[in-house]
Design a protein around this ligand. Sequence first.
Ligand code: SF4
Length: 301
Amino acid sequence: MEYYSLNQYLRDTFGQKVYKIAIDGGFTCPNRDGTLDTRGCIFCSGHGSGDFAEDAACSVTEQIERGKLRLTQKMPAGKGIYIAYFQAYTNTYAPVTHLKKLFAEAIAHPDIVALSVATRPDCLPNDVIALLGDLNTQKPVWVELGLQTIHPKTATYIRRGYDLPVYDDAVKRLKSAGLIVITHVILGLPGETKEEMLETVSYVGNSSVDGIKLQLLHVLEGTDLASEYRAGKFDVLSFDDYTDLICECLSILPKTMVIHRMTGDGNKKDLIAPEWSKNKKRVLNTLRKKINEWQPNQNGG
Ligand code: SF4
């Protein structure tokens, strides 16, 4: 089965491999600062899903330089190019003047070829979208939206804090501004059947977004999800079920949709379950094999 991987997309777009540098812009989020809630989403680590970001105490330029230094060890000889990835917390949750300063500094860096901004659909007022649209005329701007599920009962359980029409509206306005939109989906959320997960993936596939991140639910130490898990209220997906499910997801997504991720990427140190996901190499190798061998109509896909 064929699919459009992020690596391939980056090579097609920039002519070479591109690395991401996770930047911490010092944001918080309405699910943590008391605007909507103080507890955060049920699965969110205290780091706002930015476990690998650079240090927020440093300027954006300093963080980019630090990220570059770390990545040079991984990189073949030649000039590295990078995406500035504002990852931790809600990266549009600040006055537009402040956002402009941070994002413009990142985009002005000569080795940065694109800006990626992770946020919530309910934190995208029109002036912020106008700013992102403006920056997009200088270098490509991606906006990553944490949808996770289309199902209201799960959205309430995970304390997402907004309804599906808010997401739909944000996608519409972002696409009208010419931005690249990537939607995050979590597979394995408590109480969801496989069919429900596939409904979410299909919904995203039929919307006008450009890319999808399929993330395995990680139970992390210190989260409320961990307490629920320890209390035996739900089980995590098995290795076989997850790798099969990814194949089914890919089989229903449009072939032009860029697949940004097929696994989770939590901090191993804090990971409680699923234990098997710690061996990322095994997961990716198995996924590659299963995807290659996948037959149309297998498992109804
Ligand atoms: S996952 Fe995102 S929206 Fe939810 S609490 Fe964490 S930072 Fe906030």
